[in-house]
Design a protein around this ligand. Sequence first.
Ligand code: PEP
Length: 258
Amino acid sequence: VARKIFLAGNWKMNMLAAQVPSYFLDFQQELDRPLAEIKGGVDLAFAVPYPLLAAVHQQDSGSFFLAAQNVHAATSGAYTGEVSIAMLKEAGAFASLVGHSERRQYYGETDESVAEKTKALLSASMLPIVCIGETKGQRESGATKDVLQAQISAVTQVLDPGDQVVFAYEPVWAIGTGLTATDDQAQEAHAFIRSLLGKALGEDFAERTRIVYGGSAKPENFAGLLTQKDIDGGLVGGASLQPKAFAAMANLALAATR
Ligand code: PEP
């Protein structure tokens, strides 16, 4: 099965709406092909802060997936400070990150809440981008596979084999640290994750579901990661804030299109 490459930028808590037009000018200038043609080869996504959704939606959003960085699982109610799926859809979003390690570390996101949010997004025909990955301590103590297994099984329990989900393997020790997993380390984790998906939901699901890598990915290391057979793209933090660097990664993804 040829899995279409999925490349998402995660702006985290950066950028202002006023900066969005010039970001997209620079981004498009650096792309090898017109933005409108990218989706023929690569699924491109931007995960942006809530107040920026509308501004990014105005930038020819038919060419890419507009995504939020988090969402609440309930449809509405007394949840001060939270944002519902219907609100995201109204703002033009089609996807959301779920369980980013920063949400798990700083805001108490658990495997259970990740599963709940994933299910809620799927029920609303939205695309969940589910983030998983071990910490430095967990890797060093040899617990990587156990951690991934627990994180994956919480989510696969709520999935059906027909669901469309993207998984992002993001080793926490590689996020924002400049330390990237080696191609081999990442491939090993991705192959393990795919095997877990196969056991839980069947080979068809495992073969067609994209597993993207995140953790200090940048133009200099992205081509190597994309040569690995179970790495289907990237979730990019820091480098996605630089439009030319992120466009260079989109160009590499286009060139690697299988
Ligand atoms: C991320 O936060 O999803 C991420 C991968 O960040 P960075 O690329 O900055 O490591």
